[in-house]
Design a protein around this ligand. Sequence first.
Ligand code: PLP
Length: 427
Amino acid sequence: MLVLDYRSMSNEALSAEKADLEKRYADFKARGLKLNMARGKPGVDQLDLSMPMLDILNSTSNIYASTGDDCRNYGLGDGLPEMRELFAEMLGIDDHNIIVGGNSSLNMMFDAISCAMTHGFPGCKPWSQQGHLKFLCPSPGYDRHFAITEYFGFELITVPMTDQGPDMDVVESLVKDDPTIKGIWCVPKYSNPTGITYSDETVRRFAALKPAAPDFKIFWDNAYCVHDLTDTPDTLLNLWHECRKQHSIDMPIFFASTSKITFPGAGVAAMGASEHNLTVFREHYSYQTIGPDKLNQLRHIYFFGNLDGVKLQMEKHRAILEPKFQVVQEKLESALGGKNIAEWTNPNGGYFVSVDVMDGCAKRVVSLCKEAGVTLTGAGATFPYQKDPRDRNIRVAPTYPPVSELELAMDLFCIAVQLAAVEKILA
Ligand code: PLP
């Protein structure tokens, strides 16, 4: 099949291509679709995988933790020892450095920032008493991370993402002289949205950072640590161990949850940090709650047993998700490959594919899709203040729709990418 590089086509040929695309777009519009690829939610069949977990506890179950505590009652603020061990294994850090929280890791990240704002870290003033502050946002990145720090009044600084992780030359040079930079958001494995995993060198450079701010923190959100989708999964170097070697163990704060292992609305979340940092967070939590939902923790423990049980569950997720990610790659390649109008990632895991369309076209693509009944993540959402300086990045979230709907949505998406590109080149 002849592949046309749009950027080297004559205006005449492009106009003919445009007319054809407009017709195909109109046909789509006439179908009255109503599909949603906006957020990285598990599909219904993925949620069904965890339904047996709900039957695990009944009136005859052992509801005592290994400590002898009754899980129905108050207490065990750091979580069940078994649950702490499971998260310790998942995150590669020590179990006594884990606090298990409620159902949402994002909630724990919000709390960590909030706690730093009001109370600060040992030996430092609370962040809110340190004047104008900044936070580093590797972009494209996770919109809800950026939103938390925007909410607390930080100036958000964009750091470019590379295929090795955040551009560490930029990170190092920004943090070394500026004590108003208090932290950085990281999704180190199968990053949201690019799907890349930080290289060993990137992790080592994070551990070796020498920030001007003594209370600089790396928010290491390992949300996709067990979310492999291929036979060639990525591996992430262990930041905890690297920081130990570099004597920088107070810098990282780790987060994870079972949201995309069991239920996003009813999973279990955890954070991990040095003893020094945990004294601050433990105190914060001691005012906030008399203990987390330990019955849900117990359900998870009985359901999985251990990390091998989690991996088994992730194999089942993979069986559902891998075909969806394949659809995305096939559609993008067959419709856009060789046309010189888009680039995209092909991750080994996680929840997203990141597509860079032609500069100045992302908003147009999203609105064309919206008009024809397919909702995508908003253009710009992957950048601080929702402003993509090149208006080109679109996060594709293929997990929620069934394959048949995903195929339709991707067909429309590819038409929109082409139409927006042709319009741009002809303008
Ligand atoms: N972190 C990342 C990188 C995510 O992509 C998401 C959800 O999409 C979350 C955190 C939310 O996690 P939780 O459900 O544990 O709050």
